[in-house]
Each structure stands twice: as structure tokens, then as C-alpha cells.
Design a protein around this ligand. Structure first.
Ligand SMILES: [Zn+2]
Length: 209
């Protein structure tokens, strides 16, 4: 399904990443850990990622963009920046319930439902979660949302991936229908302002004085 060009782009993207991507070192975003370990260490993760690192969000965006012709797909959609700040701690004073607070924001490419043109949307999510491992105690605190983990350990990246998917709008569309449509439409509405100097010149030239 992917064209050769797409593969080449991906290859160079990953080459570019190498100097900055410390895969050999422990990466708190991708390492598995017990929520209680993360809470006890007060782990803070502050990082900038790319859409390509979040497999489920990437699949969703790819499926969305597949609805437009290949020429219209923004070439760098996989590089969409993801800003992440996560802070692990405890939800309760007795230090029994691991909590995760943070902020995630991203600007990703989506397809407008009205005009089927790609455009950028912002995703923003505020996290205030109680992490409950399977079989964990479900004492709820009002200010926290319960986040049930599938396993005893968590990968912070998986949580970010899921939070971003939940932050995706059910249907994306330009804020204003006036912004919809191809670029040509936009140029047309700008045209009168641009031609006015010539119109003025013309009327001056017709004026015998
Ligand atoms: Zn639109």
C-alpha cells in the first residue's frame, strides 16, 4: 500500500532521529514499570515526541488521511509534534494508590469532514489519573479519573497513546465553513484586494485630467 517514496521518507526520518534518540539508554517513556515504582520515585517525564512513535494514534491518523488523494497527504504527518509532561505520585496520603498527572498536547493532520481537505488540529489533554492494576483496590477519589491498566506494569508511552486517541474529536472539521475548500477558493476571496491598485490606476488613466 505504501509507495516507494513513503518508505524512503520514513527511512530518512529515522536516520535523522539517531543522534537524538537514546534507545540504548533507559527511556522512562517506553520502559515498563510498576505504577507503585513510578509513584514512589516521583518519576517526571518531560519530552517531545513525534506521532510516529505512538502506534495507535499513528494508525488512526493514517486511516483518516487515506481518504484524500496521495498528493494531498501532508508529507510530514508522521513528524507531528507531541508535547508530553507526566508526573507520577500518589493519589492518597497513605501512599497506596499510584497517580499520574500531566499534560499532553499535539498538532496533527486530519481530514475536514465538510470539504475533505487535510488540515491541522490541536489535541490537548489534562491528566489526573489513579492507576489501578488488575485486582487493585478501586477506592475512588473524586478529583481523579480511574485508569485501569491491562497488566501489573505500565508503559507510559501506551498511556499517552491512548489519551491522545481519546482526545481525538469524533469528527474533525474546519472551525468555520469559510475556511473550507481548496486553496483556489481562498485566493479568489483575496483577489479583489490585490487587483484594486490596478483598478485605481485604470480609472486614473481614463481620467482626462
Ligand atoms: Zn473544511
Amino acid at each position: 500500500m505504501l509507495s516507494n517514496q513513503t518508505s524512503v521518507t520514513t527511512f530518512f526520518d529515522s536516520m535523522e532521529n539517531c543522534p537524538y534518540d537514546a534507545r540504548a539508554m533507559a527511556n522512562p517513556l517506553t520502559d515498563r514499570a510498576l505504577p507503585a515504582q513510578l509513584a514512589a520515585s516521583g518519576q517526571v517525564i518531560e519530552t517531545k515526541g513525534k506521532l510516529s512513535e505512538f502506534p495507535r494514534l499513528r494508525m488512526l491518523v493514517e486511516a483518516d488521511l487515506a481518504r484524500v488523494t496521495r498528493a494531498k497527504i501532508p508529507q510530514k504527518w508522521r513528524d507531528a509534534p507531541i508535547d508530553i509532561r507526566l508526573a507520577f505520585g500518589w493519589a492518597d496520603v497513605r501512599r497506596q494508590i499510584p497517580a499520574l498527572e500531566g499534560q499532553i498536547s499535539a498538532r496533527i493532520d486530519a481530514v475536514c469532514q465538510r470539504c475533505l481537505e487535510p488540515f491541522e488540529i490541536s489535541l490537548n489533554a489534562q491528566l489526573k489519573l489513579m492507576l489501578l492494576i488488575p485486582g487493585g483496590d478501586a477506592t475512588a477519589f473524586e478529583e481523579y479519573e480511574i485508569w485501569e491498566t491491562a497488566e501489573d506494569t505500565v508503559r507510559p508511552l501506551d498511556i499517552v497513546d491512548e489519551v491522545l486517541i481519546m482526545a481525538m474529536p469524533l469528527s474533525a472539521a474546519h472551525d468555520d465553513s469559510a475556511m473550507c475548500g481548496p486553496l483556489a477558493k481562498k485566493l479568489l476571496t483575496e483577489e479583489p484586494g490585490k487587483v484594486r491598485p490596478f483598478a485605481d490606476l485604470k480609472s486614473q488613466m481614463r481620467d482626462p485630467n
